[in-house]
Design a protein around this ligand. Structure first.
Ligand SMILES: Cc1cc2nc3c(=O)[nH]c(=O)nc-3n(C[C@H](O)[C@H](O)[C@H](O)COP(=O)(O)O)c2cc1C
Length: 199
């Protein structure tokens, strides 16, 4: 069974990223992948405290809900991650979660001494984001963050879904074309994962 973890990074449970990610998850499920959904705001995940308690074995020393979600992610074949644009980056919930993977960065690059850019791809990712404005550079910052986060996870960025001009709760529901795009992308992402895993 192909395993996917879907991570909701917005503080709003029914905000625009949540509605659109749910559509992508629905599409992926239709193709038969197994998806566990995680809402970051429901988890206690401290920011990285930069104590480098991970230096010996690459395990983050802060004990909270991070470990469970990290283990789910590391056991998965795919990640579907959604965050709104907050000041041209990801939401604080998403960023705190990402920063805790510095422990994995330490493991990969300091302990195991993997040469930069030479990791083997172990999973594939879909990233979804929305912003209120419509500028050409709206997702530039966030995509750079995602690129390096996915690298730590030995994950290829297979698919990005970026939606402009969505601000208030309910805005996404008014764009049936966006909902359909997310649904289709979820299906295609699942099909890509299934083919990649030989199903
Ligand atoms: C703290 C904060 C910062 C934001 N920064 C930006 C921004 O830099 N650019 C932008 O276009 N929208 C920005 N927005 C608007 C959100 O991206 C927008 O409302 C989005 O639809 C929220 O997604 P959600 O409903 O999934 O939470 C910001 C909103 C908040 C609350």
């Amino acid at each position: 069974m192909v395993k996917v973890i879907a991570i909701y990074g917005s503080p709003r449970r029914n905000g625009n990223t949540a509605i659109l990610l749910r559509e992508a998850v629905r599409g992926a499920r239709e193709e038969g992948v197994d998806i566990e959904e995680v809402v970051l705001r429901d988890h206690e995940i401290s920011p990285c405290m930069e104590i480098y308690g991970c230096i010996e074995d690459g395990r983050c020393a802060i004990e909270d809900d991070f470990q469970r979600v990290r283990d789910l992610l590391l056991r998965s074949d795919g990640l579907m991650l959604a965050s709104p644009v907050f000041f041209y980056s990801v939401s604080a919930h998403t960023k705190a979660f990402m920063d805790r993977f510095q422990s994995l960065w330490v493991k990969k690059y300091w302990i195991d001494r993997v040469p930069f850019g030479k990791g083997v791809i172990k999973r594939k990712g879909l990233f979804l984001s929305v912003g209120a404005t419509k500028g050409a550079k709206l997702f530039d910052g966030i995509l750079l963050t995602i690129k390096y986060f996915f690298d730590v996870l030995d994950m290829e960025l297979s698919r990005t879904l970026l939606f402009r001009g969505l601000d208030f709760e309910g805005d996404a529901q008014r764009h049936s074309e966006y909902l359909e795009e997310a649904h289709q992308a979820g299906r295609e992402f699942a099909r890509e994962l299934l083919a990649w895993k030989g199903h």
